[in-house]
Design a protein around this ligand. Structure first.
Ligand code: PEP
Length: 255
C-alpha cells in the first residue's frame, strides 16, 4: 500500500476568522489535544494572526500557514502579501488556489501557477486547492477539470519541487455547505489527481504526494474519508475553528 509512504497532513483553514487574541486562545486549546498526533498538523490563519500563531505554536508540533501569497516579491499591489514576506516571518505553508479566492477574487489557474512559483522559490510549502462546481460534477467533467487545474497549476514545477506540494481536492459544492463528498467520490477524484501527477512526473513521484480531501470534513465523517487509499489528510474549514473537532479529525488519522 502506497498510503504508508506518505505523511498524513491535517490543515485548518481559518478563512477570515479570529482576531490575534482569539487566535492565541484557539491555538492554546488545540496544542495539548494534538501533541501526540500521528500526522502533520497545520493551522492556516489570516495574515494578521500569523505573528501570534508563530509565537503560540513555538515548541509544539503545529505548523503555521498563510491563506494566500502574491506572485511578485514586492511592489505596487495594494492589499497583497508576498512570499518573501511570509518566509521572513517563519511561515512554513501557504494555501494557494482556494475556491473562495477563485470565486470571489478572480483568481485563475494561471495566477495560481504564478503564486505557486513564488511560494516555491521562497521555500514555502504549498497547499494547492482544486475542485469542481456542482454543475461541473453533474456535467460529468470533474476528472478532466481537476486534471486540468493540476496541470496548469504545476506548470514549470520540477519533480524535486513537487516534494513541497500538497494537493487538496475540495469539491466547491462541499465547502462550508455541510454537504460532504462520499468517501468513494473523494477517493475517485484523489486517485485521478494522483494519476495526473504520474503522467506529469513519474509513478513514484505521484505516490509520494500528500493529497487531502476538503469540504465539510468533521469528526463524524473524517475516519471514513481518511481510510481511503488516496486520501492522505484533510483541509478543514469550519471544524478547524473548534479545538475538540479539529483534534478529533487529527486523531482519526491514527486508524
Ligand atoms: C475549506 O475552506 O477549505 C473547507 C474545506 O471548508 P469547510 O471544511 O468549512 O467545508
Amino acid at each position: 500500500m502506497n498510503k504508508q509512504l506518505r505523511k498524513a497532513v491535517i490543515a485548518g483553514n481559518w478563512k477570515m476568522n479570529k482576531t490575534p487574541a482569539e487566535a492565541k486562545v484557539l491555538i492554546e486549546e488545540i496544542a495539548p489535544l494534538v501533541k501526540d498526533a500521528a500526522c502533520d498538523v497545520v493551522v492556516c490563519v489570516p495574515y494578521v494572526d500569523l505573528c501570534t500563531a508563530l509565537e503560540a505554536t513555538k515548541g509544539t508540533n503545529i505548523g503555521v500557514g498563510a491563506e494566500n501569497c502574491h506572485w511578485e516579491p514586492s511592489g505596487a499591489y495594494t492589499g497583497e502579501i508576498s512570499a518573501p514576506m511570509l518566509k521572513s516571518m517563519g511561515v512554513e505553508y501557504v494555501i494557494i488556489g482556494h475556491s473562495e479566492r477563485r470565486t470571489y477574487f478572480g483568481e485563475t489557474d494561471v495566477t495560481v501557477n504564478k503564486r505557486i512559483r513564488a511560494a516555491l522559490d521562497n521555500g514555502l510549502k504549498v497547499i494547492l486547492c482544486v475542485g469542481e462546481y456542482l454543475e461541473q460534477r453533474e456535467q460529468g467533467i470533474t476528472a478532466e477539470l481537476v486534471a486540468m487545474q493540476v496541470k496548469i497549476a504545476l506548470g514549470g514545477v520540477s519533480a524535486e519541487e513537487l516534494k513541497n506540494i500538497i494537493i487538496a481536492y475540495e469539491p466547491v459544492w462541499a465547502i462550508g455547505t455541510g454537504l460532504t463528498a462520499t468517501a468513494d467520490q473523494a477517493e475517485e477524484v484523489c486517485a485521478c489527481i494522483r494519476a495526473t501527477l504520474a503522467s506529469l512526473y513519474c509513478q513514484d513521484c505521484a505516490n509520494a504526494v500528500t493529497i487531502q480531501y476538503g469540504g465539510s470534513m468533521n469528526p463524524k465523517n473524517a475516519a471514513e474519508l481518511l481510510s481511503k487509499e488516496n486520501v492522505d489528510g484533510g483541509l478543514i474549514g469550519g471544524a478547524s475553528l473548534k479545538a475538540p473537532d479539529f483534534a478529533a479529525i487529527v486523531e482519526a488519522t491514527k486508524q
